[in-house]
Design a protein around this ligand. Structure first.
Ligand SMILES: Nc1ncnc2c1ncn2[C@@H]1O[C@H](COP(=O)(O)OP(=O)(O)O)[C@@H](O)[C@H]1O
Ligand SMILES: [Mg+2]
Length: 449
């Protein structure tokens, strides 16, 4: 059965509802499942249109300081981007939006005329007969509202729309909560998986480093023995009486020169590998996961050696080191903070640039500033860079968006802070503040992550 309502006088703007049945509600509510955060509000806009016919509708979600985020508006059958993304209601609308049950306001353009702004002007622009406000509630509090500007509706129909709308908005609130919880859980699992992987990578690296140490030692040792043998053989040849033609044969000279050169290459490469392995072991520091006195400059230098492949040919490192006392910390974790900052700085530089590392101390803290001359961070993103999962990287520099959130947690654990300053096109600076004497108990009692 279809049913039309609305008074004839409001023709052309009247609320004409066909097949407004429980079936429609059922369909609308079913549509909630299978949504994600991106599609959720647009789909609410779409569905509530069938349930509560209106010229215009909007979805408002509680934001900060009594304001609302306008997450979607609907006009003439289409989801639109809102005339304004933020809405600060006047006293009348505030009260309407704070009420726990569905409400109708007659002649809203007149009633709220003292508190007009761009959003309400859009809502009331052709003088709707009614404003229908449906609170969206979550665990007993209003988290927002569905707001409809409609033609006239008779009392009996209002009662029905109240019931249907309330059930609908209730489901919307619950579904929104469920989608958010599911999304949070998914992110948490992803983070745990990454942590797990990092932990096993850490022990793997330490193990490999340990294993590589011995053969590298053998290679350097063997090269040393070889070069001594070559010297002896040379001496032997020179000591032979006569045979000057052999002694001065250019082939002999060339062969021995090349052997010496090889020795130099092998020793240099071997020493480099040995240094690298030592840095890796220091970085992982699995054998010393504890809170201990640490030289920050050593930790920085050690980490710089490991990011060599990210820096080489494009980044010049400038150091301005102050006098620092050793401080109590988890060295392997601070290494991780430095590593993340250095890698991010390298990623921000496209062609050539510098990374400056400045350290200083006062009576209480140690400060480490890492700045780059890279592309900088857009103002709209700067508040998000410490959020887990936030990344702008795609393409060559693949990002997980976890680096800075891990830094943030590590700094918190050390009772320190991390902050960022950036200018697009000029560069970015991260500042770490670490207390020299962590508060009583300090990080020492908080265990490893
Ligand atoms: N030095 C920097 N210069 C420019 N942008 C940066 C810098 N450091 C971080 N960012 C921004 O912060 C985002 C998050 O960083 P991070 O948490 O390390 O994740 P990821 O590096 O995996 O993207 C980066 O994607 C980037 O947009
Ligand atoms: Mg990163």
């Amino acid at each position: 059965m279809s049913k039309a309502f609305g008074s004839p006088k409001a023709e052309g703007f009247q609320v004409a509802v066909s097949s407004l049945t429980l079936g429609t509600l059922y369909e609308a509510v079913l549509a909630f499942s299978g949504q994600d955060l991106e599609t959720f509000w647009p789909s609410v806009c779409q569905n509530s249109r069938w349930l509560i016919p209106s010229r215009r509708m909007g979805i408002l979600l509680s934001g900060e300081d009594g304001g609302f985020d306008v997450v979607g508006v609907f006009e003439q059958g289409k989801f639109q981007s809102p005339p304004e993304s933020q809405y600060t209601p006047g006293p009348g609308m505030s009260e309407a939006l704070a009420t726990a049950s569905a409400q109708w306001f007659d002649n809203p353009a007149d009633r709220f005329k003292d508190e007009m702004n761009r959003l309400t002007e859009w809502f009331f622009r052709d003088g709707p007969d009614l404003l229908f406000v449906l609170p969206i509630r979550e665990t007993g509090t209003n988290i927002g509202a569905l707001v409809f500007a409609t033609g006239s509706v008779e009392d009996a129909d209002r009662a029905m729309l109240n019931t249907l709308g309330t059930i609908y908005a209730l489901h919307a609130g619950m579904s929104y909560r469920l989608i958010r919880i599911t999304e949070e859980r998914r992110q948490m699992q992803e983070r745990l998986a990454v942590q797990e992987k990092m932990a096993s990578l850490g022990s793997l690296v330490a193990g490999v480093a340990h294993e590589v140490n011995t053969p590298i030692g053998s290679i350097i040792g063997a090269a040393d023995v070889s070069v001594r043998c070559i010297r002896k053989l040379n001496d032997l040849v020179q000591d032979i009486e006569g045979h000057d033609d052999i002694k001065h044969d250019p082939r002999l000279e060339k062969a021995s020169r090349l052997l010496f050169e090889n020795y130099r290459v092998i020793t240099e490469a071997g020493t480099r590998i040995a240094e690298m392995v030592r840095s890796l072991k220091n970085f992982a520091r699995l054998d010393e996961a504890d809170f201990q006195k640490t030289d920050i400059h050593d930790a920085i230098e050690n980490t710089l050696r490991l990011v060599h492949h990210e820096f080489k040919n494009k980044v010049t490192v400038i150091r301005e080191y102050g006098d620092l006392p050793k401080i109590d910390c988890y060295p392997s974790q601070l290494n991780q903070v430095f590593m993340n900052l250095f890698v991010n700085a390298a990623h921000s530089i496209d062609e050539q640039g510098t990374v400056m590392i400045r350290t200083s101390a006062d009576n209480e803290n140690v400060y480490v500033k890492v700045s780059d001359t890279g592309k900088g961070i857009l103002a709209k993103n700067i508040g998000k860079v410490f959020d887990p999962g936030f990344t702008t990287k795609g393409g060559l520099d693949v990002g997980t968006g976890l680096g800075l959130s891990i830094c943030y947690n590590i700094m918190q654990k050390h009772h320190g802070t991390i902050s960022v300053n950036s200018e697009v096109g000029r560069g970015t600076e991260f500042t770490l503040t670490l207390p020299q004497k962590p508060p009583a108990g300090g990080g020492a009692t908080t265990g490893t992550p």
